[in-house]
Ligand binder design. Structure first.
Ligand code: CTP
Length: 403
């Protein structure tokens, strides 16, 4: 593939209406300034796949920041330029838009932050990670909507393949190992043969241990936000990437099974409590870290405080709580065992199927039970609290049965 001349294929692409409107404005501004403008990267891929678009990336052969400033004036929005990168960010409606000057990137050493210089569109596309992410669409009036595909991205999209653009891609930027698996999991794509070979080679060189930990973990965090996280984790298992990233980490049948059960629990919770908007990915991470000393890793991942707290509670108390739950014969015993823990903790406990009826009963009924306090009008403070609690326990044992 690498020896083929870099001739782009040309075909017209229909842009979604709102995107087309914005892109035409960019085209006009570029025309006025004597530049050329393109939509580029993930947005092109997503348009071709018919996916919803929220992020728009434009590149400009010329000066991206200048175009961004005029574009911001046109829509009367604020613009945030980053002159050291030649980029600018802004928002129009729900669209997050980035402008950049087309650039080449060279990596001084594997995993380093790249050195950036202005360059042609072709070079800008060539610096990118995978063929499906290395296409552009012209927004200039004379050829508006023309797909520019130097590397066979459209073909790979149809063949459902992740393919790097050159054999050293993973060596230059090991973060791409994680990105490749994230996209493969998200879209249910495979790695091309040569890409898989290059990845295995990069992994055998332990480049994930050498690359910037900050960049790697930032990328990993993105994976934990993905809808198809479990598929991505299976790929991580296949290619042994977590072993490189987490000290002492080992896969086991038991761990994989737990993650699958967690997926069932999460699906249930999403349906039963659609308004909770929990970041479920963290729950998977807590399970993954169960057998290692994961506190530091969570800190490095910038996990929120509730996740670190959950991790501690799970490691220190889950066993005992599970034992008590198994033994509980009455709803009140379930209630007393589970009271005071957090919702994410209950979800982790529900990984064990035989406990689910008790946990569901607690979450849906016992935790919400209200008693009529008017009967205790003579009582105050601690005594009142105690009376209410006792009444609750009595009521729940009378109302509910354990199946
Ligand atoms: N890119 C790259 N190498 C990286 C990160 C990004 O080549 N390590 C390029 C890709 O062309 C990518 C584009 O920069 O499409 C934008 O990056 P990002 O927003 O991270 O990727 P998206 O493809 O938009 O991913 P997502 O759909 O997850 O937003």
């Amino acid at each position: 593939k690498q020896t083929e001349p870099l001739k782009p294929s040309h075909r017209k692409v229909q842009l979604p209406k709102e995107v087309e409107e914005l892109a035409r404005v960019v085209g006009k501004i570029c025309q006025e300034l004597g530049f050329k403008g393109y939509l580029v990267g993930g947005v092109v891929r997503d348009i071709l796949m018919g996916r919803r678009i929220w992020d728009l990336d434009f590149v400009v052969e010329g000066d991206g920041i200048k175009v961004a400033e005029r574009f911001a004036q046109h829509y009367r929005v604020n613009v945030h330029p980053f002159p050291e990168f030649g980029t600018a960010h802004l928002k129009v409606g729900d669209f997050k838009i980035e402008f950049a000057t087309t650039r080449r990137e060279t990596y001084p050493h594997p995993g380093a932050y790249p050195v950036v210089e202005p360059a042609s569109l072709k070079e800008d596309l060539f610096r990118r990670d995978f063929t499906i992410n290395a296409m552009a669409i012209s927004v200039m009036e004379e050829d508006f909507g023309t797909l520019i595909d130097y590397f066979g991205g459209l073909r790979d999209l149809k063949d459902k393949l992740i393919r790097i653009l050159h054999p050293l891609s993973f060596v230059e930027d090991p973060v791409r190992i994680l990105r490749a698996l994230r996209f493969a999991g998200r879209f249910d794509f495979k790695l091309s043969k040569s890409t898989e070979k290059a990845m295995l080679n990069a992994l055998s060189m332990h480049l994930l241990k050498q690359a910037s930990r900050g960049r790697l973990l930032k990328e990993l965090t993105l994976a934990f936000r993905e809808e198809k996280l479990l598929d991505i984790l299976k790929l991580y298992r296949q290619y042994k990437v977590l072993e490189e990233l987490i000290d002492g980490f080992q896969w086991s049948q038991d761990l994989e099974l737990k993650l699958e059960k967690l997926k069932e629990v999460v699906s249930w919770h999403k349906i039963e409590f659609p308004d909770k908007k929990l970041e479920y990915g963290w729950l998977y991470l807590v399970i993954l870290l169960e057998k290692v000393k994961g506190e530091e890793f969570l800190r490095d991942m910038s996990a929120p405080a509730w996740v670190r707290e959950l991790y501690r509670t799970y490691k220190e108390q889950a066993k005992e709580v599970i034992r008590k739950l198994h033994q509980a014969k009455k709803p009140s015993e379930v209630y007393l065992t589970l009271k005071g823990f957090s919702e994410p903790f209950y979800l982790l406990l529900a990984i064990e199927e035989s406990l689910r009826p008790k946990i569901v009963l607690y979450m849906e009924k016992l935790s919400k039970l209200k008693v009529d306090v008017s009967r205790f009008s003579g009582l105050k403070g601690k005594e009142l609290g105690k009376a209410i609690e006792n009444e609750k326990l009595r009521l729940m044992d009378e109302t509910f049965t354990l199946t």
